[in-house]
Design a protein around this ligand. Structure first.
Ligand code: NAD
Ligand code: UDP
Length: 316
């Protein structure tokens, strides 16, 4: 297949480019580097299966030649990034998604939409199943991201129903691993960089809120399983192993040997209290389930961060 990966210079997108090329696909990576980095795909620059187009997908564009699938990972994704880029986030979720759907309509290509567990907002049911409609504050601090993704899903289904575009919608739950930006403000990035610097880990609120963390390799294998299926989704892809932020902090401090402890800070508004994917659909329809537990995933992630921030480190 020849696959366009929008947002391919980001954390998840770059791993996706690697996985597609590894199995023999051709990749056209499209990115404007607003939150991603050329470093993430530097190793692919000379690969004959890889093309790069620097472009903002909110501007209409075409990709010459054959296009079999378009995978839309383009969007600011960490709360720090989308707070800083609220209008860009809404634009990329709406205009950007529409431009990619048009590309699919013209090329008879499959459209793959990277949606998010944030469509469930601060969920009132637990764990979250795909038929739950969510609990989102439409004007809250996270609304630019949550509503952009909800709009993207609606637009994707509108193109499917109106124009017959084949679609795959994945709802991604918190994913971590090498190539996250050390300063992206996400909890895994913050905790690991703080621990490596011997600082106390910043817990927002009382630390009893939960998240379920999926290692990037597992997440990307779920993307490919969905792409290769004929399921429209939406389908949850995430690791159901659920942890409080206090538990995560303890584990990061243990793995890094950090003795600076934790420091409590204010909880941002509309911060979801709990999050855990129900992956029964992914398991039954795609035969997919995550393989890498949090401890192992962190052990594989910490050396990347040590290198990225220039700190000597040996795992405990
Ligand atoms: P990221 O910020 O590393 O990657 C996003 C990429 O999109 C970046 O390279 C950025 O430069 C690019 N981009 C943004 N706006 C663009 C535009 N207008 N035109 C072209 N490129 C643009 O984030 P990530 O963690 O890799 O997330 C990738 C996708 O997965 C996002 O859509 C995000 O919403 C979704 N997602 C991620 C997670 C997670 O835990 N990482 C969870 C849920 C959903
Ligand atoms: N968080 C925290 N300390 C940090 C960064 C984040 O306690 O230094 C909390 C945050 O309030 C949230 C959870 O960790 O409850 C996950 O935050 P992240 O930004 O990684 O992802 P999201 O909230 O989008 O799931």
């Amino acid at each position: 297949m020849r696959v366009v990966v929008a947002g391919g210079a980001g954390f998840l997108g770059s791993h996706l480019c690697d996985a597609l090329i590894a199995r023999g696909d051709q990749v056209v990576c499209v990115d404007n580097f607003v939150t991603g980095s050329a470093d993430n795909v530097a190793h692919l620059r000379d690969n004959s299966s890889f093309d790069f187009l620097e472009h903002d997908i909110t501007e209409q564009f075409d990709v010459p030649g054959q296009v079999d699938a378009v995978m839309n990972l383009a969007s600011p994704a960490s709360p720090k990034d989308y707070y800083a880029l609220p209008i860009e986030t809404l634009d990329v979720g709406s205009i950007g998604t529409r431009n990619l759907l048009e590309l699919c309509r013209i090329h008879d290509a499959i459209f793959f939409m990277a949606s998010t567990s944030e469509v469930y907002g601060d969920p009132a049911i637990h764990p979250q199943t795909e038929d739950y409609w969510g609990n989102v504050n439409p004007i809250g601090q996270r609304s630019m991201y949550d509503e952009a993704k909800r709009f993207s899903e609606a637009l994707t289904f509108a193109y499917h129903r109106t124009h017959g575009v084949p679609i795959r919608v994945v709802r991604i739950f918190n994913t971590y691993g090498p190539r996250m930006q050390p300063d992206d403000g996400r909890v895994v990035s913050n905790f690991i960089t703080q621990a490596l610097r011997g600082e106390s880990l910043t817990i927002y609120g009382d630390g009893a809120q939960t998240r379920s963390f999926c290692f990037v390799e597992d997440e990307v294998s779920g993307f490919l399983a969905l792409l290769d299926s004929d399921e429209t989704g939406p389908i949850n892809i995430g690791n159901p192993g659920e942890f409080t932020m206090l538990e995560l902090a303890d584990l990061v401090n243990e793995l890094t040997g950090n003795e600076a402890g934790i420091a409590f800070e204010a909880l941002p508004s509309d911060d979801p209290k709990q999050r855990q994917p129900d992956i029964a659909l992914a398991t039954s329809k795609l035969g997919w389930s995550p393989q890498i537990k949090l401890r192992e995933g962190l052990e594989r992630t910490i050396p990347f961060f040590a290198d990225a921030i220039g700190v000597e480190h040996a795992l405990r």
